[in-house]
Design a protein around this ligand. Structure first.
Ligand SMILES: Cc1cc2nc3c(=O)[nH]c(=O)nc-3n(C[C@H](O)[C@H](O)[C@H](O)COP(=O)(O)OP(=O)(O)OC[C@H]3O[C@@H](n4cnc5c(N)ncnc54)[C@H](O)[C@@H]3O)c2cc1C
Length: 426
């Protein structure tokens, strides 16, 4: 009798780790195959460094084929054109159809640049750090910028959910400009849909409001919150500032010589609009066991999962899905698949806690929210030079984990060690 087949769709941060952990959990009880777009893993959290020339693209890439093969996991690099959950199969971009018994969707975000005229690096006027291709383009644009410095606008648009990297990028731009001794020629503005600095899509964590405002003041970075980007023209970004009542409070036409704005995310085309599988934005609907209620043999993890916002805000903001939270989803899915294959019910739940290290080049801010929606059991934020060093260590550790195909969860131990170490020093 042939073994059940588990297909993991997407080989980013969540899908790659899931491949190792699921195979480790189910062993010989199932065939495991990854369907990816191309054979290369990119470590997304290092993109801001690529965008400023602090990392080469090659340093944050891993060829997945040999690693997955060593762990007994198959790889199909054709990419999915459409998931057909009613028929338990995926239509691939090469015209083939791939059947599955269980599907784990880990397709990350589709970047909704097209929702704002003039936004984005391809066909628009702003840079992005969401993909390593964008980060490389942003690095070229930055080198051109330093020849003729002018104002910088950095931030995240309405509907964005990933704010940490926007703060990171503003701060590391500042560090690099100071290093090049041209910071005095560059007025900087941070533009964000968050209701206040440090909200982060989480209604703040610890005193992220106070800490981040202070860090921005220290670096002469001005800010506009509750901001909706109406459109972007070459060299000018048009912003509507909204009051708490949702009414327009002011309009700003900010000139820029360089701009990086994070877009809103939505689900990828291969899954968007499938009745029962996705919400209206194309994110995968899951229950507390990471399982889709309409198609119970389909699981999802990572940025592609639908999570409700923490509360109402004047301008829409989403909830970030950070590596720690994603890893907890991976573990829940792996353990649930193991149990299902052994004839037991799927009862494992992900913790969905949020931990993030935001590097500022010359320091940084770390936070840990447990659970992500306040009031919390752990509501911890801290700052200092150690965060930069911790982020570099985290990058090395994570890339080694992927290169070796290790299945042990990493973030949990890292977070606990980190906070333990900080507590000892306090
Ligand atoms: C710039 C940036 C910096 C970040 N920094 C941090 C950080 O420091 N710490 C942290 O905890 N979190 C960070 N995050 C948040 C989060 O950890 C990352 O976004 C992470 O990459 C999300 O993992 P994922 O697997 O859900 O999606 P991704 O890593 O984006 O992976 C999705 C994968 O699915 C593939 N895919 C999509 N569609 C298809 C298809 N049709 N067929 C096949 N494959 C498909 C994509 O090619 C991609 O490889 C950051 C996010 C961004 C954007």
């Amino acid at each position: 009798m042939s073994k059940p087949t588990i297909v993991i769709l997407g080989a980013g941060l969540g899908g790659s780790v899931a491949a190792f952990e699921i195979k480790h959990a189910v062993g010989a009880a199932a065939e495991v195959t990854v369907v990816s777009q191309g054979d290369t893993f990119h470590f997304v959290p290092s993109n801001p460094w690529v965008a400023i020339g602090w990392r080469e693209r090659k340093a944050i890439e891993v060829k997945l084929g040999p690693v997955l093969a060593r762990r007994g996991v198959g790889l199909n690099t054709a990419g999915a054109r459409r998931v057909v959950p009613s028929e338990n199969r995926i239509e691939l971009n090469d015209g083939q159809s791939l059947a599955y018994d269980y599907l784990v969707i880990a397709t990350g975000p589709d970047l909704a640049f097209d929702e704002i005229p003039g936004l984005g690096p391809f066909g628009g006027h702003t840079q992005s750090i969401c993909h390593v291709d964008h980060a490389e383009k942003a690095a070229q644009a930055f080198e051109a910028f330093v020849q003729a410095p002018g104002p910088i606008v950095v931030g995240a648009v309405q509907g964005a959910s990933c704010f940490g990297p926007a703060y990171e990028f503003a701060m590391i731009l500042n560090a690099e400009l100071r290093k090049r001794k041209i910071r005095d020629r560059v007025p900087m503005t941070f533009v964000t849909s968050e209701p206040y600095i440090g909200h982060l899509g989480l209604d703040g964590v610890g005193d992220t409001k106070g800490i981040l405002e202070s860090e921005m003041r220290d670096r002469d970075i001005k800010w506009i919150t509750n901001a909706k980007v109406s459109s972007v023209d070459p060299g000018v970004i048009h912003i509507e500032e909204v009051g708490e009542d949702g009414q327009t409070r002011a309009r700003h036409d900010l000139p820029f010589a360089y701009s990086m704005m994070l877009p809103a995310f939505r689900g990828v085309e291969a899954v968007r609009g499938i009745e029962g599988l996705t919400n209206p934005r194309g994110f995968i609907v899951v229950d507390k066991n990471q399982r889709n209620p309409a198609f119970p043999n389909v699981f999802a993890l990572g940025v592609c999962v639908a999570i409700a916002p923490t509360g109402k805000t004047a301008v829409p903001v989403g909830v970030p899905k950070t590596g720690f939270m994603i890893e907890s989803m991976v573990t829940a899915v792996a353990q649930n698949l193991k149990d299902i294959l052994a004839g037991r019910p799927a009862v494992h739940e992900a913790s969905w806690n949020a931990i993030c290290l935001a590097d500022f080049g010359d320091g940084g801010v770390a936070f840990f929210a447990q659970p992500q929606i306040p009031p919390r059991n752990v509501n911890w934020a801290s700052e200092g030079k150690w965060v930069h060093l911790a982020k570099v260590a985290f990058e090395k550790y994570f890339l080694n984990k992927i290169r070796r195909g290790e299945s042990e969860p990493f973030y949990e131990k890292f977070a606990l060690d980190l906070m333990g170490a900080r507590k000892l020093k306090a």
